[in-house]
Design a protein around this ligand. Structure first.
Ligand SMILES: NC(=O)c1ccc[n+]([C@@H]2O[C@H](COP(=O)([O-])OP(=O)(O)OC[C@H]3O[C@@H](n4cnc5c(N)ncnc54)[C@H](OP(=O)(O)O)[C@@H]3O)[C@@H](O)[C@H]2O)c1
Length: 294
């Protein structure tokens, strides 16, 4: 394990992709610094001997203190209307702390744009620009649509044996498991010299929500129907669940981009090249999360 000069930090280490990155880095012989906001959660979801520093992403000074002596930083924090400003804090703190290389998990090319209709997309674009202009080495990661998004359908699957989302049943979608999101990040941040200056799109092979539902049927042993609902129906369902307006808007923006093919192009090859194995498939995802849907 390396110390000091070549230290790697994972910011957002308790998140789904972040913890996968930490796990893979440890498997690669690294002992990354896990930057988290909640030390108790870190104890639960990271290994007992994980190296942890506590910092809020809203607090630049605490981030800079946490990142002192860190060489490379992997950034994967949660999305919210302020996530752009939050990640700018991380980039500036990393630079001030003396880091040399940043890897950022961004959004898909269709949503991480300057004029995105969701603040999450505009935030990703702004942070990408800041990273590209930072003078540091960088790699931008563009994973596909997270399979985990379907966890929000768990109650409907359990109670009504259906999935209802605003995506056409046969629309090709590039799903990715957050374990692959984090694992790719781990390899990229560890082997920075191979990936510097690259923007990497990656996902599993193209699938559809209808096929995802068939995986649920096979694994759960009962038929799970997929229903492609209209944007209006989806909006009403999200409102009924009490989601905040920005998140409802965000999800509808994603659905509209997807309907226009914005998430249809699959990129499984980078996962094969970087991880030396096949991407995790939706069937595997359902098997591994069966308890949440049963
Ligand atoms: N959903 C998709 O389909 C999709 C697709 C492509 C890209 N993305 C991008 O992927 C990223 C999310 O990845 P994920 O789902 O793996 O993340 P996640 O599970 O939501 O985890 C987010 C991490 O950020 C931490 N965090 C949030 N607010 C913080 C704060 N104020 N101070 C310190 N830490 C904070 C969380 O801490 P706690 O653990 O304490 O909460 C957690 O460790 C977002 O940028 C999103 O736009 C998502």
């Amino acid at each position: 394990m390396k110390n000091g000069g070549d230290m790697i930090a994972v910011v957002g280490a308790t998140g789904n992709s972040g913890r996968a990155a930490v796990k893979e880095l440890r498997a690669l012989g690294e002992n990354p610094l896990c930057v988290v906001r909640n030390a108790d959660k870190a104890k639960d979801v990271l290994s007992a001997d994980a190296r942890v520093a506590v910092a809020e992403v809203t607090d630049r000074a605490s981030l800079e203190k946490a990142l002192k002596g860190v060489d490379r930083v992997f950034i994967v924090t949660g999305h919210n209307p302020q996530s752009g400003e939050q990640q700018l804090n991380i980039v500036e703190a990393a630079k001030a702390a003396g880091a040399k290389f940043i890897v950022k998990v961004s959004g898909g090319a269709s949503m991480a744009t300057a004029d995105s209709e969701t603040p999450v997309g505009r935030g990703h674009h702004m942070v990408e620009q800041a990273i590209r202009e930072s003078g540091l080495g960088w790699t931008i990661l563009r994973p596909g649509l997270f399979m985990r998004n379907v966890l929000a359908q768990a109650a409907l699957i359990k109670n009504d044996s259906k999935i209802a989302l605003p995506f056409a049943p046969d629309l090709p979608l590039s799903f990715v498991d957050t374990r692959d999101v984090g694992a790719v990040g781990a390899h990229v941040v560890k082997n920075a010299e191979r990936y510097v200056g690259k923007t990497i799109e990656y996902s599993g092979p193209a699938s559809t929500y209808a096929a995802f539902a068939r995986d649920f049927s096979a694994v759960l042993g009962r038929t799970i129907n997929y229903i492609g609902v209209t944007f209006e129906q989806a909006e009403a369902a999200l409102k009924a669940r009490g989601l905040p307006d920005w998140l409802i808007n965000h999800q509808l923006v994603i659905a509209r981009l997807a309907a226009n093919g914005g998430f249809s192009q699959a990129h499984p090859q980078p996962i094969r090249d970087i991880l030396g194995r096949e991407p995790i498939l939706t069937r595997q995802f359902v098997e591994d999360h069966k308890a949440a849907f049963s």
